[in-house]
Design a protein around this ligand. Structure first.
Ligand code: ADP
Ligand code: ASP
Ligand code: MG
Length: 437
């Protein structure tokens, strides 16, 4: 059975939902993962923000606006009065739950329960539409099988066991519908897989049911060779290796959640990226195949902080790097990029929550300097070192840009640069001109 995930824009209007229903209704059994309708998660974050600030009136005004938007969508989506009535009844329960937070203390826990309403609403509406169309679909509540552990990592055994139990209970459904993004945490509370996490749900679900293919349906024809938000005339990349796609997702290609390739890769399930607005376009196929020797795509990851530790004691000092890395580990901060020299080491992080503590600890080992507001530019392709010349080509493209760090050799799939945020657009465009024109 294939898993198909439809993102926010793909289900963003009544018309789009109807298109998706038509697109999936081809007589084969499928598991459908849906995001919240576009704009909803942002709207729910805004509502939460009012609750945090104890501005109940502001929050309730935003809730009413969102509910009115949904009322209009309901009127357009369903043809029968009964379906309209049923949808309004279901959605009032979601909106009443959001409103009920105006009377309680507001914490991260309540915010997560509010954020979950986006996906709960879109799946309820979609399923009701399928019912109206006479399509036999079964709801698989993500909160009953999608779980993360104490480290916020997916509990894959729990997910597989409980999801497969639900599927076995309804073997004859034409469609199974579940929510992307939302899950429960180790303590049983409502949680989520971070922004854009519906892609991650799709690949976790795909791996859990040993799916033949995971399809991510979005608003563009697959992964492009550069970020279309900053570069004009980008083109879709037809084929990518799991490793190439994982590098792009991790280093900023917004089209994929940063870690969503891993479950598919571990289970060797191909991932296909497709465009809901142009369903016949080939998109991108991610699998164990890659185009030999080709530079495929460029991505950028924002909000990077670089830390340099210079120490006279690094010479011949085994254990120096371990001590440095232990500091980051003890402050639960992962390192993205590393460069070393005889006298020092530079690393980058994107989570600066514990930066002050990290810096205090690092100062015991040497002179510490920090560069904020940096960007990692990541060039991805099949790049073994024997392919002479690709590094020169990439560095040549960036000859006008001040480069703070360069990293190659961690894998055969990526060469990364750290630059200033203000140079990002120029760097992405220069790379497109040099590598793809
Ligand atoms: P969805 O709501 O379907 O999950 P997203 O907005 O998360 O969709 O991702 C799709 C968007 O990702 C595209 O509209 C595009 O602007 C952006 N994007 C960024 N980098 C790339 C890339 N390399 N290839 C394709 N799209 C990209
Ligand atoms: N609705 C969530 C978000 O906007 C998850 C997703 O769309 O993937 O981040
Ligand atoms: Mg997304």
């Amino acid at each position: 059975m294939k898993v198909l995930k439809f993102g926010g824009t793909s289900v963003g209007t009544a018309a789009r939902m109807k298109d998706v229903a038509q697109l999936i209704n081809d007589g084969t059994q499928k598991l459908i993962v849906l995001s919240a309708m576009s704009g909803t998660t942002n709207g729910l974050i805004e509502i939460s923000d009012y609750f945090y600030k104890n501005n109940q009136a502001g929050a309730l005004e935003r809730v009413n606006m969102l509910e009115q938007k949904y009322d209009a969508i309901i009127d357009e989506l369903y043809s029968s009065e009964d379906s309209k009535k049923e949808a309004k009844k279901q959605l009032s329960a979601n909106f009443d739950l959001i409103r009920s937070h105006s009377k309680s203390v507001f914490t991260l826990f309540e915010e997560k329960a509010i954020l979950a309403q986006g996906e709960l609403i879109s799946t309820a509406m979609f399923q009701l539409y399928l019912k109206e169309q006479g399509i036999n679909s079964v709801h698989l509540p993500a909160l009953d099988f999608m779980r993360i552990d104490k480290n916020a990592e997916p509990d894959t055994l729990f997910i597989a066991e409980n999801l497969n139990k639900l599927l076995t209970a309804s073997p004859d459904a034409e469609m199974y519908i579940t929510q992307g993004f939302i899950c429960r945490n180790f303590y049983g509370e409502i949680d989520n897989l971070q922004r854009g996490g519906s892609d991650y749900t799709a690949s976790l679900v795909g791996a859990a049911i040993k799916s033949e293919e995971i399809q991510i349906w979005t608003d563009i024809n697959g992964i492009h060779n550069n970020d279309p938000r900053y570069v004009e005339n980008t083109k879709p990349v037809p084929v990518l290796h799991f490793e190439e796609a994982a590098e792009l997702a991790y280093f900023g290609a917004k089209i994929l959640h940063p870690t969503c390739i891993l479950p598919a890769k571990l289970s060797n399930i191909p991932v296909r990226l497709l465009n809901t607005m142009e369903p016949t376009a080939p998109g991108t196929l991610i699998s164990t195949t890659s185009k030999k020797g080709k530079i495929e795509s460029v991505a950028a990851k924002d909000n990077i902080t670089a830390i340099k530790i210079k120490s006279g004691r690094m010479l011949l000092a085994y254990g120096f790097l371990r001590k440095i890395f232990e500091i980051f580990e003890s402050h639960h901060t992962s390192i993205d990029m590393i460069t070393t020299s005889e006298v020092g080491v530079s690393v980058t992080i994107d989570n600066t929550k514990n930066l002050d503590n990290i810096l205090n600890d690092l100062k015991k080992f040497g002179m510490v300097t920090v560069d904020r507001n940096m960007v990692i530019i990541c060039v991805v392709g099949d790049l073994p070192f024997e392919n002479v010349g690709f590094q020169a080509k990439v560095i040549g493209a960036l000859k006008q840009i001040p480069i703070r760090m360069i990293s190659y050799g961690g894998s055969n799939y990526n060469i990364s640069f750290l630059i200033r945020a203000e140079d990002k657009k120029e760097a992405l465009n220069a790379l497109s001109r040099a590598l793809f024109d």
